[in-house]
Design a protein around this ligand. Structure first.
Ligand code: CP3
Length: 343
């Protein structure tokens, strides 16, 4: 007997056949919901929300109640890891994250440390509260950034179109890059284990900037660290790897100890199926579809579901939902998936 009223996503992640396809959205907890914006406006800012377990748990559960998704994802950010390592960030309105200090030299790395469990207690407390409040309605997804993506932010100091400073380090100071990547990996493994101990039922690793590397450099600087993470968590909970834009590396990802591979909307579903072996696939509707009419959202969603056919699948967008999208459009997407049955 499952401890969940709805465990579709866990069964799909394990590759089992399910009566219908489970569905959730990346960034489902956030600015699309007026109820989120109200909580956020009552606090000093994004970081206070992330660091206040009761409020983080509250906004984590909002999309379960308001959108009807089949999983919750803990409200936090991938950047809590660099912060715990000693490099703090600011979330700047309309700009995104900014690190006042950047990592550019051996000396900068010497200032960092591997994140300790007590530096992330607020996340574990938020997970514990969320699990209690969810009361088995749906599973809870924990997450972290992939070492390469965290490395990008730590070296660059903010988002970037090219991440040329981060890529410079890969080629000009590879030993430095590997040293930093290993520290991030060790921090991330401890962090994800902490999330699982606190109650996360699945974990997803976001490699949001994977697309800026070539296949061979991705193999050298990202895959080995993703492998360490997957191996460390093997047998604990199902792991999802989402390497946005690294469709050239689906075969390399499929060789790892993960259960699910996330897909963006650029990858043809047939190509993904041909390269992913027996891994469950997650995705991959173009988020911009949610700007269309209800009828067209349903049509595009059904077309996507048909493309996955009977391959184990978790429906999602190909990246996070955009803040200006309408909750009703999200509901149309969610309900279309829930009503769809494969032949
Ligand atoms: O609902 C969920 O998916 C859970 C919460 C979540 C957030 N960030 C909250 C958030 C998750 C899973 C993340 C992951 C994250 N954070 C990623 C990986 C996923 C991806 O998008 O590729 C990345 C790259 C980040 C770093 C980050 N955080 C950026 C670049 C930004 C600014 C962009 C923006 O949308 O403003 C953030 C801020 C952020 N993280 C917000 C939320 C809800 C918006 C800030 C706010 O509410 O004030």
């Amino acid at each position: 007997m499952s401890k969940f009223k709805n465990d579709l996503i866990l069964r799909a992640a394990r590759g089992e056949k399910t009566e219908r396809t489970p569905v959730w959205l990346m960034r489902q907890a956030g600015r699309i919901l007026p109820e989120y914006r109200a909580v956020r406006a009552s606090l000093s800012g994004f970081k206070e929300l992330v660091e206040t377990p009761e409020r983080a748990a509250e906004v984590t559960i909002q999309p379960v109640d308001l959108l009807g998704v089949d999983a919750a994802i803990i409200f936090s950010d991938i950047l809590v890891i660099p912060e715990a390592m000693g490099l703090s960030y600011e979330m700047v309105e309309k700009k995104g994250p900014v690190f006042p200090e950047k990592i550019r030299s051996e000396k900068d790395i010497d200032q960092l440390h591997i994140a300790q469990p007590d530096e992330l207690t607020y996340v574990y407390q938020a997970i514990d509260l969320t699990v209690k409040d969810l009361d088995g309605r749906v599973p809870l997804i924990g997450f972290a950034g992939a070492p390469f993506t965290i490395f990008c932010y730590m070296v660059e100091g903010s988002g970037s179109k090219t991440f040329s400073k981060a890529r410079e380090m890969l080629y000009a100071r590879p030993e430095l890059a590997h040293r930093l990547m290993q520290m991030i990996t060790d921090s991330t493994i401890g962090y994800l284990k902490g999330q699982i101990e606190a109650g996360a039922n699945l974990v997803q690793v976001f490699d949001s900037w994977a697309a800026i590397l070539s296949k061979s450099i991705y193999r050298e600087f990202s895959i080995p660290y993703l492998k360490q993470i997957c191996d460390a968590l093997d047998g604990m909970v199902p792991v999802t790897l989402f390497a946005k834009g690294a469709n050239f590396s689906i075969d390399d990802l499929a060789a790892l100890n993960c259960r699910t591979i996330g897909l963006d909307w650029n990858v043809p579903v047939d190509f993904a199926k041909a390269n992913a072996g027996d891994k469950t696939l997650q995705g991959n509707l173009d988020p911009a579809v949610l700007y269309a009419s209800g009828r067209d959202i349903a049509k595009h969603t059904e077309k996507m579901l048909a493309a996955f056919g009977n391959h184990p699948h978790i429906a999602n967008l190909g990246h996070g939902v955009y803040p200006d999208m309408k909750p009703d459009a999200v509901r149309t997407f969610v309900n279309t998936v829930k009503e769809y049955r494969h032949e």
